[in-house]
Design a protein around this ligand. Structure first.
Ligand code: PLP
Ligand code: COI
Length: 356
């Protein structure tokens, strides 16, 4: 395994005074992880250093052609004071899948997890102690070559930065309003939808802006070819309870393979629910709503956790779901998932990872 150098900060910042008012991703811990890549040495010079600005050339590839990939994960404070991660191996595995799509060289997943654990041990005091707050972790890799030709960079930097954060939506677990996007598209099969890369989010900003202007939290994307099949929401995968079936769109290459999504499917199956990963058209969804079969809808994601959807707007039709209240299944999933993540419930699946 690579060597990990450590340079501790001489100027520790004050911790946030009120952990109920953290917001999301606005405050950063004292340290960060950085590692370099070049063709001669591969990944090398791995180190933990004080969090701060990095020298940057205005010519570097990531700034011009979005050669960037990232992950989102969280560290949780358990009741006994220890720190837990949730399925962290899955995040580093997915980061390498994203790297492959964006022509970024593969890295050693076990080493990345080791580096994260060391970083967490150094900044352990930054993991919030307040209910609902956690330490959001953002690993990311950027192309750093000075080159304006549109080709893959020959040099890269891998970072991990961390931010004590509260709920992603200001509404917390209360239902969100989602707008079904009919004009813009996020991804197509053969594109980069399954990769967690900055460009996907740049492509989604316009629709997000329009939705927010109309009072909606995020958009529900439809497929990029026919505008017919339900895909995912801005920062989460999506589930619908249709009668006695729980449906989530299948992973067709245009959708991010969410780790929360995968965990929710496994939880639901273990409870005996009929879960389908399949194509779901917006017409089927509207029909289910009109027939009274659309019982609940919710999004899943690391930042968003379980987010009940109380209102879905498609063209002129405003669908109120479950009287705009937190559904029974959404609540049960939220309680069980967060229970495992925070170490408050038994972990029969072995998803929790102890930082020690
Ligand atoms: N879909 C998109 C576009 C996302 O940004 C996220 C968040 O990472 C998800 C889905 C949910 O993925 P996960 O559950 O792994 O956080
Ligand atoms: C996540 O990490 O859950 C994200 O969705 C990333 C970001 C868009 C908040």
């Amino acid at each position: 395994m690579l060597d990990l150098k450590i340079e501790l900060s001489a100027n520790r910042k004050a911790k946030p005074a009120d952990e109920t008012k953290l917001g999301f991703g606005k405050i950063f811990t004292d340290h960060m992880f950085v590692m370099d890549y070049d063709q001669e040495n591969g990944w090398h010079d791995a180190k933990i250093v004080p969090f701060g600005p990095v020298p940057m050339s205005p010519a570097m590839t990531c700034l011009h052609y979005s050669q960037e990939v990232f992950e989102g994960m969280k560290a949780y404070r358990a009741p006994d004071g220890s720190i837990k991660l949730f399925r962290p191996e899955e995040n580093f595995k997915r980061l390498n899948v994203s790297c492959d799509r964006i022509c970024i060289p593969q890295f050693d997943e076990a080493f990345a997890l080791h580096a994260l654990v060391e970083l967490l041990k150094i900044d352990a005091d930054w993991v919030p102690h307040t209910d609902g707050a956690s330490l959001y972790i953002r690993p990311f890799i950027i192309g750093t070559e000075d080159a304006l030709g549109a080709h893959a960079s020959t040099t890269y930097k891998f970072f991990i930065i961390m931010s004590p954060s509260g709920a992603y939506y200001a509404t917390g677990l209360n239902p969100v309003k989602i707008y079904v996007e009919t004009k813009y598209v996020r991804a197509v099969q053969g594109g980069t939808g399954f990769a967690k890369t900055g460009g996907n989010y740049a492509a989604s900003l316009k629709a997000q802006d329009v939705a927010e202007e109309e009072g909606y939290s995020q958009v529900l994307w439809l497929d990029g070819v026919e505008h017919k099949y339900v895909s995912e929401v801005g920062a989460m995968n999506v589930f619908f309870v249709l009668g006695d079936e729980v449906v989530t769109p299948e992973l067709d290459g245009s959708i991010l393979a969410g780790i929360t999504r995968k965990s929710v499917v496994e939880l639901l199956k273990s409870w005996g629910y009929r879960v389908s990963e399949r194509r779901l058209s917006i017409d089927e969804l509207v029909k289910a709503y009109q027939d009274g079969k659309l019982k609940e809808a919710f999004g899943t994601g690391t930042a968003a956790v379980i987010s009940p959807i109380g209102e879905l707007k498609y063209k002129d039709l405003v669908m109120e779901i479950n009287h705009n209240e937190i559904g029974e299944l959404s609540q049960k999933l939220y309680d069980n998932l967060t229970g495992i993540q925070w170490g408050k419930l038994p972990d029969p699946f072995g998803w929790s990872y102890d930082v020690k």
